[in-house]
Design a protein around this ligand. Structure first.
Ligand code: NSS
Length: 431
């Protein structure tokens, strides 16, 4: 007997096949039973008629509770009204694994309860849809860079004290060498690789011991970080708008079903096309003040300010050239206004806030060293990084896009914790 996945049933109509999966719902009238089966590739309605199956098979119907795993054999027919578009008229059915009192029932559960049962919650239709959107976003990211001749460079997760902000590091003992830290970013390493390969990116998990309990923060998240030799800040923003438009375009095209399952109105996503809006930090502060915010020049934009500003635009907006004081040491000083740096954030519309942080890098040895001192960092730890300015320094820029924030925005989810299978938050390390 041929065993097939539900997604492939279209090639097996009017033939007898076996499918395996888990019971989503089941109901029986005493003579006729309907079971909706789920195998991760789709849904299939099983129709079991008492008179068409041996008595022992009919005897199993009562045990087909939610999430029971089973194998069913029968003839497949197209049936437009059935979930998934096909129906199987069952001639044999074997229970693989019973499931009594599955903890997640088709009713309201608290968020706390659902995250405690995340390993089971993943099976729900919404969670499956989110996982598939995430998979598409990641594939789009890799394709975008591959098509444009970028080389993927895998950067270390165990690092010396190198990163964004000293206070937000996870540390672990590292043999005779003292502490190792989980990477907050791969950026400094891809800067080195950019001098070898021209256009590079890294893509992996990054870690921040931030005590931020917001809907936009995880302690472990995935970030993709391209770095391009000879790109200045303006070219960096052009790359970002092409990149984000590509990801969104691909996902709304390829994941229509999943976005429908998530009840995402894709109209605002269809507008996500280059060019994006651009506003300088200084103008943004003035704009925010006219909108009623008490934002002061010199401070970083908070989540509320980002939301308020982004609401003024119909597509993503770049806020560029922030004050030096609120940004990382490696950003290049703005020659036209040394109080600021040549950087940008990209704010997503509809209240989703910052999805990208990027900048042109300080390529001047002396200025970079001065910034390292100013920020109280240990110059010895950055000696290799300074080498990039000693040996053939070059204008270069790059950025980091957070995968979870991007997926939350595309799916229309209020919180990023559902965008990753097993989210790590300050108060959650299990399952
Ligand atoms: O801190 S960033 O703004 N920038 C960097 O790490 C640079 N080293 C990137 C680069 O230029 N190569 O983080 C970049 C993005 C940010 O816009 C968010 O989308 C995401 O990473 N991000 C986060 N996502 C989830 N949780 C947390 N805690 C988080 N922090 C940043």
């Amino acid at each position: 007997m041929t065993t097939v996945r539900i997604e492939a049933l279209g090639q097996h109509t009017d033939t007898v096949v076996t499918v395996q999966g888990w019971v989503s719902t089941s109901r029986s009238s005493g003579k006729l039973a309907f079971v909706v089966l789920r195998d991760g590739t789709g849904l299939l309605q099983l129709v079991i008629s008492k008179r068409d199956v041996p008595e022992e098979v009919w005897g199993r119907i009562a045990g087909l509770t939610q999430e029971t795993s089973l194998a069913a054999t029968g003839t497949v027919r197209a049936e437009a009204r059935a979930p998934g578009g096909y129906e199987m008229h069952v001639t044999d059915l074997v229970v693989i694994g019973a499931s009594t009192e599955f903890p997640i029932q088709p009713k309201e559960h608290s968020t706390q309860f659902l995250f405690e049962h995340r390993h089971l919650w993943l099976r729900s239709r919404r969670q499956v849809a989110i996982a598939k959107v995430r998979n598409e976003v990641i594939k789009a990211i890799r394709d975008f860079f591959y098509e444009r001749g970028f080389t993927l460079v895998d950067t270390p997760i165990l690092t010396g004290s190198i990163g964004e902000q000293a206070g937000e590091l996870f540390a672990t003992d590292y043999f005779d060498l003292g502490k190792a830290y989980l990477a907050q970013t791969g950026q400094l390493y891809v800067e080195a690789a950019a001098a070898a390969l021209g256009k590079v990116y890294c893509f992996g998990p990054t870690f921040r011991a931030e005590k931020s309990k917001t809907r936009r923060h995880l302690t472990e998240f995935w970030m993709v970080e391209p770095e391009v030799a000879f790109n200045d800040s303006a070219a960096n923003m052009r790359l970002q708008e092409d990149f984000v438009s590509y990801i969104v375009g691909r996902t709304i095209e390829a994941r229509k079903e999943e976005l429908k399952e998530l009840e995402r109105d894709t109209t605002p996503l269809e507008r996500v096309q280059a060019p994006f809006h651009r506003i300088s930090y200084t103008d943004a502060v003035a704009r925010l003040n006219t909108l009623g915010s008490d934002m002061e020049w010199g401070k970083d934009l908070g989540g509320d300010d980002e939301t308020l500003l982004a609401q003024q635009y119909d597509r993503p907006v770049f806020v560029f050239n922030y004050p030096k004081g609120v940004k990382a040491f490696y950003m290049k000083e703005n020659p036209d206004d040394p109080r600021t740096v040549l950087n940008n954030d990209c704010l997503a519309p509809e209240g989703y806030g910052e999805i990208i942080g990027g900048s042109q890098r300080e390529d001047d040895y002396d200025r970079l060293l001065a910034r390292i001192h100013e920020q109280g960092l240990d110059p010895k730890a950055y000696d290799w990084y300074l080498d990039l300015r000693r040996y053939g320094t070059f204008v270069h820029s790059g950025f980091g896009l957070g995968v979870e924030r991007t997926v939350a925005w595309i799916c229309g989810l209020p919180h990023i914790r559902e965008t990753i299978a097993f989210p790590r938050q300050i108060h959650r390390l299990y399952p």
